[in-house]
Write a protein of this length. Structure first.
Length: 319
């Protein structure tokens, strides 16, 4: 058994199997040298000029780190040992301590941050599941029109929401909304909007629908959270679209006859600002092969590969 002298310590190095990204196990010669080990033997300590013996500040069994190319490497059988001066180890630990201080974190701070992140992740998972449940909507079937919907979250939870309701009387209500907020509060706000639409039971004009939903949002949602919404009612018999907007992105109608897009000009205040808000309404005739397009700012804020915003005309050309 090796026995260190003076202020030296003997460390059994921890060798860890290292692989490349493609899964190839590196040979010993290609491995990055380990700088972690366990002390297996400690010398008697440092001898001062006056003859006093100073006991070591480390003990057998301590796991320590050391400078990558420090000490003298010795092999016995299949094990690799390193003989180090005690000062080398303490200097390394001092450097690590200063790095930690530089970042302003102790281990306790770090663990607290990890715990917060774990709670946040659980909250986001719950909000995501809640949102996926709410976004399940049956697509109404009409003989004269085709309906398509797509919603892709950029992250776990999206602030976007849509709903479609077939009133079984030849009319269909639909809404596209954007909740300005995130996490469980945003998901709960979406649930209130969905239940507010579904509970009414029969068709209502969009201006009345937004007035009712505005009161629900204003009374029940955090004052720092707002909702934008485009609310529409389609009447199949007369081929008319009634629509109102609560601060939402403008919709567009592609006119097949002229092969051009027409912006829906109706405007209004976002939901949740004031319970006395009233909403204007627009009545638009829809003709054969026309296309109605409603979206959120997730589309208008799209960027190209160079990071530049894609302008409205280019987006409409893509459509």
């Amino acid at each position: 058994m090796l026995k260190p002298l003076g202020n030296r310590v003997i460390i059994e190095k921890k060798e860890q199997e290292q692989t490349t990204k493609s899964g190839i196990v590196l040979t010993d010669s290609a491995k990055e040298k380990s700088n972690e080990g366990v002390i297996i033997a400690v010398g008697q300590g440092r001898l001062l000029d006056n003859g006093t013996q100073v006991a070591p500040q480390v003990s057998e069994g301590d796991t320590i780190v050391f400078q990558q190319y420090a000490g003298t490497e010795v092999k016995r059988g299949d094990k690799t040992y390193l003989i180090l001066n005690e000062e080398d180890i303490l200097e390394t630990l001092d450097v690590l301590q200063e790095v930690v201080k530089g970042f302003g974190y102790s281990y306790r701070d770090y663990q607290r941050l990890v715990n917060k992140l774990q709670v946040h992740d659980k909250e986001m998972d719950l909000a995501s599941r809640l949102q996926q449940t709410m976004l399940k909507a049956d697509i109404p079937q009409f003989d004269s029109i085709q309906i398509g919907v797509i919603s892709v979250a950029a992250q776990k939870v999206s602030g976007d929401y849509f709903n479609l309701i077939d009133h079984k009387d030849g009319t269909m209500s639909f809404a596209v909304a954007d909740v300005i907020g995130s996490g469980i509060p945003a998901a709960l706000a979406m649930s209130m909007i969905k239940f507010g639409m579904d509970a009414y039971g029969h068709s209502q004009l969009p201006s009345d629908g937004l007035k009712r939903l505005n009161r629900v949002v204003e009374k029940n949602v955090n004052q720092n959270m707002f909702v934008t919404m485009f609310y529409g009612l389609y009447e199949e018999m007369n081929h008319l679209l009634y629509c109102s907007s609560a601060g939402h992105e403008p919709g567009y109608i592609y006119r097949a006859e002229t092969e051009a897009f027409e912006e829906i000009g109706v405007r209004g205040r976002v939901l949740g600002v004031s319970p006395k808000t009233r909403y204007s309404q627009q009545e638009i005739p829809i003709y054969l092969d026309d296309l109605i397009i409603i979206f959120t700012d997730g589309v208008t804020e799209a960027r190209d590969v160079e990071g530049n915003f894609i302008d409205k005309d280019k987006l409409l050309d893509l459509v």
